[in-house]
Design a protein around this ligand. Structure first.
Ligand code: PEP
Ligand code: MN
Length: 345
């Protein structure tokens, strides 16, 4: 249930409600508006305590959220969640964050080269996987911890914050220590223990929709993370599996406005995995911005024919640079800007 406190309640009174929730064995989820504080008390049979909270002077009213996901819903929090990834690098505000880089960390030299190129083109976050979830056990599995060390060096040299995937609870800790955003990939969107581990730490989480995950299921996965106290969740549409086999996946851009309506969380789009064909990635990236995406995650590789994973969908750095110019015009047409580190300095 959702406990809405009276406008401008004193901190002492707010703390009493929080304390009472904790005493009853629930986690209080506090959403602090300008004047009004809303506290979520979510969990089995929380409603049986409704009367006792209603009797408190500081409580204005109590309501229920009908949706199965609560903290992720617009009912719980009306204003958009804005996530500060690094100084000046924001996801969920008016500006659109572009994350770019290779599918995987392959070597220090190549990763650094790619990071410098995407930064020069205007990307504000660097992407690259150190742990790779591959369909075949014989395919390149990623550089692992060595890859994370490379990402640390890239960040130090370029100033770009980084996003990288974690597939186990242990990797959540190591990726979280080295990178600025932890990615949970399409294959793990319903790995509930992993989601809980991501919820128990403080770094923002980029949560990718699964190949056969409904919008409701994606929001319930976000709820798993948020239920543990980490509210910094970025939702990512990356294509779903349909009968269509002319493209790698079917990028469901419907999900963008629908998620934005149902949830306050930022929504980003991955056109690279969404369509899987280099030639069409830019078109879908522009369409995603027009549809209201708060960010993009795009694969870029200086020698895609030599890439150890996802070469066919990786843009060449020059193509990415042209796309960034086009994206800023589409963003302007929909009343937004592209978030670049330079812009915000
Ligand atoms: C990736 O970002 O390289 C990746 C593996 O993505 P997904 O989980 O969406 O397939
Ligand atoms: Mn990839």
């Amino acid at each position: 249930m959702i406990i809405t406190l009276k406008s401008r309640s004193p901190k002492l009174e707010i703390d009493k409600v929080i304390k009472k929730i904790k005493k009853l064995g629930y986690i209080p989820h506090v959403s602090q508006g300008v004047d009004v504080t809303i506290i979520g008390m979510i969990g089995e049979r929380a409603e049986r305590f409704r009367d006792s909270f209603e009797a408190m002077d500081v409580v204005d009213h109590i309501s229920e959220i009908e949706k199965p996901y609560k903290l992720a819903s617009r009912e719980f929090k009306q204003s958009n969640t804005v996530i500060t990834v690094a100084p000046g690098v924001i996801i969920g505000g008016n500006s659109i964050a572009v994350m770019a880089g290779p599918c995987a960390v392959e070597s220090l030299e190549r990763t650094m080269e790619t990071a410098c190129l995407v930064k020069a083109a205007g990307a504000s976050i660097f992407r690259a996987g150190a742990f790779k979830p591959r369909s075949s056990p014989y395919a390149f599995q990623g550089m692992g911890d060595k890859g994370l060390k490379i990402l640390e060096k890239v960040k130090k040299q370029t100033g770009l914050p980084t996003v990288s995937e974690a597939m186990t609870a242990a990797q959540i800790i190591s990726v979280g220590a080295s990178c600025d955003i932890i990615q949970i990939g399409a294959r793990n969107v319903q790995n509930y223990d992993l989601l809980k581990a991501a919820g128990k730490q403080k770094k923002p989480v980029l949560l990718k929709r699964g190949m056969a995950t409904t919008i409701k299921e994606l929001l319930l996965s976000a709820e798993y993370i948020m239920s543990q106290g980490n509210y910094q969740v970025i939702l990512c549409e990356r294509g779903i599996r349909t009968f269509e086999d002319a493209t790698r996946n079917t990028l469901d851009l419907n999900a963008v406005p629908v998620l934005k309506k149902l949830s306050h969380l930022p929504v980003v789009v991955d056109p690279s995995h969404g369509i899987g064909i280099r030639e069409h990635v830019g078109t879908m990236a522009k369409a995603a911005v027009a549809a209201g995406a708060d960010g993009l995650i795009i694969e870029v590789h200086p020698q895609p024919e030599e890439a150890l994973s996802d070469g066919p969908q990786s843009l060449l750095p020059a193509q990415f640079a042209v796309l960034m110019q086009e994206l800023s015009r589409v963003a302007e047409a929909v009343g937004r800007t592209i978030n670049t580190i330079e812009n915000d300095k």
